[in-house]
Design a protein around this ligand. Sequence first.
Ligand SMILES: *Cc1c(COP(=O)(O)O)cnc(C)c1O
Length: 854
Amino acid sequence: MQPIRTFNVSPALPEALEPLRKLAYNLHWDWNVETKDLFRRLDRKLWESTRHNPVLTLGMISQARLEEVAEDDGFLAQMERASRQLDDYLKERTWYRKHRGNSEEKECYAYFCAEYGLVDCLPIYSGGLGVLAGDHLKSASDLGLPLVAVGLLYQEGYCAQYLNADGWQQERYPINDFYNMPLHLERNADGSEVRVAVEYPGRTVYARVWRVQVGTVSLYLLDTNIEPNNPYDQDITDRLYGGDLDMRIHQEMMLGIGGIRALKALGYKVNVYHLNEGHSAFLILERIRRYMEEEGLSFAEAKQLAQSTQLFTTHTPVSAGFDLFPPDKAMYYVGHYANIFGLSREEFLGLGREDTGNLASPFSMAALAIKTSSFINGVSRLHGDVSRKMFHGLWSDLPLDEVPITSITNGVHARSVVAKANQELYDRYLGPNWSSRKAEDPLWDRVASIPDEELWRNHQACRSQMVMSVRERLQYHLRDRGATSAEIDRAHEVLDPSILTIGFARRFATYKRANLFMRDLDRIKKIIQGNKERKVQFVISGKAHPKDMPGKDLIRDIIHTIREAGLENSVVFVPNYDIHIARLMVSGCDIWLNTPRRPREASGTSGMKGSMNGLMNVSILDGWWDEADYVRTGWPIGHGEEYDNPEYEDEIEANALYELMEKEIVPLFYNRDNEGLPRGWIAKMKDAIRLNCPTFNTARMLRDYAMRGYFPASERYKAMTSENYQPVKALAQWKQHLFEQWYNIKIEDIDIAAAKDLMVNQTVAVKSRINLAGLTADDLQIELYQGSVNADGQIVNGVPVVMDYQGTDEHNISIYTADICYGASGLQGLSLRVFPKHKHLSSLYEPGLVLWAS
Ligand SMILES: *Cc1c(COP(=O)(O)O)cnc(C)c1O
């Protein structure tokens, strides 16, 4: 039945409970223990059954219960406290103010991502990327950064997983009921919905805008499921990563182009843009168009301004992971921007090509993002290395280590992932500010003062809590798929709350090798069964992408192996991995296991969550773990080897894991003193908390993004747009002149005042004569490049030495000098290179030009 009219009905709260509404609509409740408790206390059953959704809880709760708590002084007092905490939180934006307090013009940084994992009851994420984006917003809010975020609001969100009797993953797509979620529909002053319009081939598609309030940060989500969009267009925001390539482009156009328009419609004046992964890269086209049409800039000027103020973070460690569109498809959907820009087809496509000369190559969203950003980073040190290798082609004249892609290692939001009991413990012994304090802060020394017994008691409670919840979830799923009552009863017996528990939970991509630990079944059975005092159990969880058949096979294989080996009670697969299960597992397990094929895990974050709760990581040296203190805070599997033969790799690494478990992990865990405490283990737990909590933390990560990315980009924006855009116009003009003159620069000669044999630390004077063509000494940086020479005759790990300009000779040739000296013996090399230089460039590398002496 079609309704003739619809209403948005809000819960009717007794006057005294009105603060609950404010609390429900700010996700601050997710990381404030007091507020979360309050909603649980309101109605525990509803709180659980609504997936911890305070808005729906308030909508469904009985009027009788509301009236009851309105009279309950204890409840009211807790509500007042929570309410005050929120108000105080919203006022305390100290970190940003301390660093940018004097900045006169207001700043705004816009963050774009295709998914956000914030809380259980907003299932618009698929995994690590989304949870990281969610944590980014939470920490931006904690630090008070003027950040605003943009994404899509998926009607069906990411799939819910259930397993059939055979262990085969099936998916369900629960419909998100936006009106019963912590979302505000954005409206104009006249009450009408704020709408954005985006041109698609032959039609316009509209989206309305919902806001999620994440502390002080607003996240705007676009929703195309409205009239007058046609049914196909209504489905653009239907499913995260659903549909075919055409649907992908539709979504990415809405995210990038629609997102920019939404911010404009809402009155934001953004000066820095941050693309988290390449899905939103079409936004660059819209930015350039707007600078051209609204500010009267030329294409070159608009592109320069956009690039100077844009950050791009890549999360992908393999080229196959990037969105690639066939050239004709890209032209069909966004080719109209070529006309606006005054570019030919190939010039336009070149914006998204690694090799602009290869006209057959596809249009890459990653290449587009990289070529139009001035700060590019991977998400761990190792992933930075991998990314520099992957994109070396874009800077083929630079040594690999100088490819301008840096890294900012991921983190997690401490108050969201540390279990309540642990938060209270840390609050008590470290003080209330531990969750965002730097590693250097002396408060971390106080971890040692936490009594072993208390830490252990807390941890045991977390483990019991997890075991209980896993049993409940298993029973729920068994009931749901119509299992026999005997099966359901048996689920009540799985796992033992008192034994060494190993957790493995993440997306089921095959490279993560969820079944590696089962490679030698006899051996792992012996470890699991131990002798009767030293048992081990595994808790496993994770979804395969709905189209990833090998991933689904992997889940089924694990289920079959468990059954055939009779390990149902000690190896448990928990269906429908989500933020809630993740938080239970990263506090309730003892070991967090991670077995990717190095270097496929760009960062990984679930292990960080574990560490903050005192879990030991046992992991291949990949992603973040490669840069952690993997001896004191867990155990490394292997030593960072990379293999060509995957069979052999599996064999070696599974054995290394068994070896660790048999010889180190199990004995340490069960080595109890006469008070029953595993002192050695607890010491390691404390190291994990002390060393990893401040470091692999989004508070640290956001400070890095701010100091290294947002602040400098914002300064560039202000500098370049001052005086009615004169500086950016001048820079664009300078670049044009640079490109015209560049190939006329000539290195005439290099004089080296030394014989072929040198001593270590002997100073050598070098003089070079260079014809700068139509450029001046101010336009260029001349560097010597010195370092040892490898067997292939190449300088490796070279070090640049900037040469001093000494004026020109009688032929108007410029003279440069510098002294060098070698600190190491052996075969050493020297070269000379020329870079363009300009005060408004983000770096010497930005124009992509370097001339080497030949
Ligand atoms: C943290 C988290 C992830 C990411 O885990 P990885 O270790 O990076 O694979 C994925 N899904 C959920 C629900 C999470 O909470």
